[in-house]
Design a protein around this ligand. Structure first.
Ligand code: PLP
Length: 430
């Protein structure tokens, strides 16, 4: 028996697990095993033919990972999920599951740099073309869609611009063409549920706010169960035609008795089987510990971030502050319609004086950690122009939203007075 609730605070503590059947353990055990004994040859055959779902080998499934998968599925209101080794693995697999050489996807231009590289370079070497669309006008997605478009892809709250993505508008366009929207919800778990706005799939990093403590890398793909792959047979041959890698299974038919989860089952039993980006049970355990407090932490991250945005906005060494709470017009409207419970945990600030001022500010921080991550319980900062974006020209930097004086702040859970005090003393050094 597991406790059912529609409240995120309860879901993250109870969904998918009550106690261990063998030991009555209340904490989710770390099932540190590679393999699982079959009850009989018939049992083994049923598992391999998907007549029965169960554990075969930890590269493909593991009971600790399973609880994380069930909990995140419930949190996002989906049908089933697949935990993988990193956020990058999640975005790669989410696309590889429905697109191959000769196909294309359309992606938002507002993307995490690692995903940009994957899309612009690595997928290209595999023959998958990524067409980029500026999300400020959702119609840009329609303009580059054709018969070989297999998915739309975007981030809910992409930095550095922090412009909330028009999820409903683009998923509506996708529905007209039979194209599913894949959302990277990494920076907005707990404050946005993309499936409620029409998204078909979530592919996120668990490394950031889900884990929340900066100790484990992981990723998650969640299937909403709402996209009709069979209604678009020609667009999705990988789900609707016999798969030679699995005895000719036609995924939309073979999986039907298990629910509307053809997409995620195929990802598990073919891609994870073949490519092996499995999450370790230890990381699943650590991510579950973080997940238990995600709604609470996110609330405080957002409260602190809003106070930081206000503080920086009134500071004479700061030229411009980027945070949805301070936006106007269409951007504010989108933030208000898609985020609930806060305007997000990230703040961007352009320090007056460009490159040297940005660097001086970062070097003067004492409590904030200077590193390339977001979503830790501690406050973090980075100066993109001298690190993650250092290969870009000044024009490219400005186009990306990270100008020479721009710093990205991932606001932590310390007392707000200490956060503001550290920012204030660092600004006084600039
Ligand atoms: N998506 C977003 C929005 C990210 O910020 C990151 C990492 O920073 C990733 C995906 C990749 O996640 P991971 O580092 O877990 O591979």
């Amino acid at each position: 028996m597991t406790i059912k609730s529609s409240h995120k605070e309860t879901i993250v503590l109870h969904a998918g697990y009550r106690k261990d059947n063998a030991t009555n353990s209340v904490a989710v055990p770390i099932y540190q095993t590679t393999s699982y004994q079959f009850d009989s040859t018939e049992h083994a055959a049923n598992l391999f033919s998907l007549k029965e779902l169960g554990n075969i080998y930890t590269r493909i499934m593991n009971p600790t990972c399973d609880v994380l998968e069930q909990r995140l599925t419930a949190l996002e209101g989906g049908a089933a999920a697949l935990a993988v080794s990193s956020g990058q693995a999640a975005s790669m697999m989410a696309i590889q599951n429905i697109a191959h050489a000769g196909d294309n996807i359309v992606s938002s231009t507002d993307l995490y740099g690692g995903t940009w590289n994957l899309f612009a370079n690595t997928l290209k070497t595999m023959g998958i073309e990524v067409r980029f669309a500026d999300p400020s006008n959702p119609e840009n997605f329609a303009k580059v869609t054709d018969d070989r478009t297999r998915a739309y892809y975007a981030e809910t709250l992409p930095n550095p611009k922090l412009h909330v993505f028009p999820i409903q508008e683009v998923s509506d366009i996708g529905k007209k063409h039979g194209v599913p929207l894949i959302m990277d919800n990494t920076a907005a778990h707990g404050i946005c549920r993309p499936f409620e706005h029409g998204a078909a799939i979530i592919a996120s990093s668990c490394t950031k706010y889900i884990g929340g403590h900066g100790n484990s890398i992981g990723g998650i793909i969640i299937d909403s169960g709402n996209f009709d792959w069979e209604a678009n047979k020609d667009r999705f041959p990988m789900l609707n035609q016999p798969d030679p890698s699995y005895h000719g299974a036609i995924w939309t038919e073979a999986v039907k008795p298990l629910g509307p989860i053809a997409y995620i089952i195929k990802a598990r039993v073919t891609l994870l089987r073949d490519c092996g980006q499995a999450m370790s049970p230890m990381n699943a355990f650590l991510l579950l510990q973080g997940l238990e407090t995600l709604p609470l932490r996110m609330e405080r991250h957002c409260q602190n971030a809003e106070k930081v945005a206000e503080f920086l906005n009134n500071h004479d060494k700061v030229m411009n502050v980027i945070h949805p709470s301070l936006m106007e017009g269409e951007q504010k409207k989108r933030a208000d319609s898609y985020l609930s419970g806060g305007y997000g945990p990230l703040v961007g600030a352009e320090i007056k004086g460009g490159m040297e001022s940005g660097k001086k500010f970062i070097d003067s921080l004492k409590m904030f950690y200077h590193l390339a991550n977001i979503g830790d319980s501690r406050s973090l900062a980075i100066h993109p122009a001298s690190t993650t974006h250092s290969q870009l020209t000044e024009d490219e930097l400005n186009a990306s939203g990270a100008s020479e004086g721009y710093v990205r702040l991932s606001i932590g859970l310390e007392h707000i007075d200490d956060i503001l005090s550290d920012l204030g003393q660092a600004l006084s050094e600039v």
